[in-house]
Design a binder for this molecule. Structure first.
Ligand code: PBG
Length: 325
C-alpha cells in the first residue's frame, strides 16, 4: 500500500478500450456534419485555395460530379458559396432566377435530390465592394439589404434549396426572409440562421476562397468577440423571428457561447468551424507539430460536447471519404 490511497478513482472507467467506449459521453457522426463548398462560375479548372490546403474552388461545370462524390462519401448536407464573375454594387446576381445562387442549388438538388442543400444567403461574394449588403453613406444599409435578402431567399428556395442560411448579419433578416418565403409559397423552406456571428479574424482564408473584394472590416454588422450577453441575445432574437436552427460562428474559440445558447434555446444549434480554424490545424500538421486526424476529431468532438447538433467543417469530406466517421 502506498501512503495515500484515494477513495475516488475515476481511472476505473478508463481501464480498457471497451470501458472507455461505453462511458464516452458524446459521439461524433457523419450525420452531424455539413460541408461548405466553393463554386466558381465561368471557369474550366479547379483552383486550389492556398490558405486552405486541400480545399478547392469547384468549377460550376464540375459541381454535379462533385456533389455525387460528396453524397457517395456519406455527407448529408452542403452549404453553397458562389464565386461570382458578375459582381455589382448591390450583388444583384444573387437574386436572378438564373444567377449563380440559384444555379448552385438547382444543380445540387437535380443531381442528388436527397442532399440537404443550404444556400448561404449573403451578398459579399456578389458585390463589387465586398460588403454583405447595399452601401449607404455610413456603411451597409440594413433595411435596403433586407429586401434583397428576401429576393435572394425566394430565388434559392425556388431552385430547390432546403435551407436558406442568412449570413449577412443584418438586423431582422430572419423575419424578412421568413415573410418573403411564406409570401411566395415556400412555407416548407427552412432557415438556418447564422444567428451569433462574430466579426472574427478567423475568417481570413475564406476571403481568398470566396474571392471577396472587401477592404476594411464588418464590425458595424458582425458582433464584437468580447460580448457574451449580446451573443446570447442575437440568437434569441433570431429564434423569436422564426429561425429553424441557430448557429455560432466561429466555433472553436466560442465554445462558451455555444454552451450558453444551448442552455437558453431548445432549437437545433449549429456551429461553424471556419476557414481560419481549418488553416491552423492544416498548417500545424504540415509542420509536423500536431497529428492532423486526431486534432480534427478532438476539435470537432469538443464542438459537439459544447452543445452543437450540426457542425459545418471543411474537414467533413476527408473524414467521410476515409471512413473515419
Ligand atoms: C460571409 C461569410 C463569411 C463566412 C461565411 N459566410 C465571411 C465573413 O463573414 O466575412 C466565413 C466562413 C469561413 O471563414 O470559413 N457572408
Amino acid at each position: 500500500m502506498s501512503e495515500y490511497s484515494p477513495v475516488l478513482r475515476p481511472r476505473r472507467l478508463r481501464k480498457t478500450p471497451s470501458l472507455r467506449a461505453m462511458f464516452q459521453e458524446s459521439e461524433l457522426s457523419l450525420n452531424d456534419l455539413a460541408l461548405p463548398i466553393f463554386v466558381e462560375e465561368g471557369v474550366d479548372d479547379y483552383k486550389a485555395i492556398e490558405a486552405m490546403p486541400g480545399v478547392m474552388r469547384i468549377p460550376e461545370k464540375r459541381l454535379a460530379y462533385e456533389i455525387e462524390r460528396i453524397a457517395k462519401a456519406g455527407i448529408r448536407s452542403v452549404m453553397t458559396f458562389g464565386i461570382s464573375h458578375h459582381t455589382d454594387a448591390t450583388g444583384s446576381d444573387a437574386w436572378q432566377e438564373n444567377g449563380l445562387v440559384a444555379r448552385m442549388s438547382r444543380i445540387c438538388k437535380e443531381t442528388v435530390p436527397e442532399m440537404i442543400v443550404m444556400s448561404d444567403t449573403c451578398f459579399c461574394e456578389y458585390t463589387s465592394h465586398g460588403h454583405c449588403g447595399v452601401l449607404c453613406g455610413h456603411g451597409v444599409d440594413n433595411d435596403a439589404t433586407l429586401i434583397n435578402l428576401g429576393k435572394q431567399a425566394v430565388v434559392a428556395a425556388h431552385a430547390g434549396a432546403d435551407f436558406i442560411a442568412p449570413s449577412a448579419a443584418m438586423d431582422g433578416q430572419v423575419a424578412a426572409i421568413r415573410q418573403a418565403l411564406d409570401a411566395a409559397g415556400f412555407t416548407d423552406t427552412a432557415i438556418m440562421s447564422y444567428s451569433t456571428k462574430f466579426a472574427s479574424s478567423f475568417y481570413g482564408p475564406f476571403r481568398e476562397a470566396a474571392g471577396t473584394a472587401l477592404k476594411g472590416d464588418r464590425k458595424t454588422y458582425q458582433m464584437n468577440p468580447m460580448n457574451r450577453r449580446e451573443a446570447i441575445r442575437e440568437s434569441l432574437i433570431d429564434a423569436a423571428e422564426g429561425a429553424d436552427s441557430l448557429m455560432v460562428k466561429p466555433a472553436g474559440a466560442y465554445l462558451d457561447i455555444l454552451r450558453d445558447i444551448r442552455e437558453r434555446s431548445d432549437l437545433p444549434l449549429a456551429a461553424y468551424q471556419v476557414s481560419g480554424e481549418y488553416a491552423m490545424i492544416k498548417f500545424a500538421a504540415q509542420a509536423g507539430a500536431i497529428d492532423e486526424r486526431n486534432v480534427v476529431l478532438e476539435s470537432l468532438g469538443a464542438i459537439k460536447r459544447a452543445g452543437a447538433d450540426v457542425i459545418f467543417s471543411y474537414f467533413a469530406l476527408d473524414l467521410a471519404e476515409n471512413k473515419v466517421l
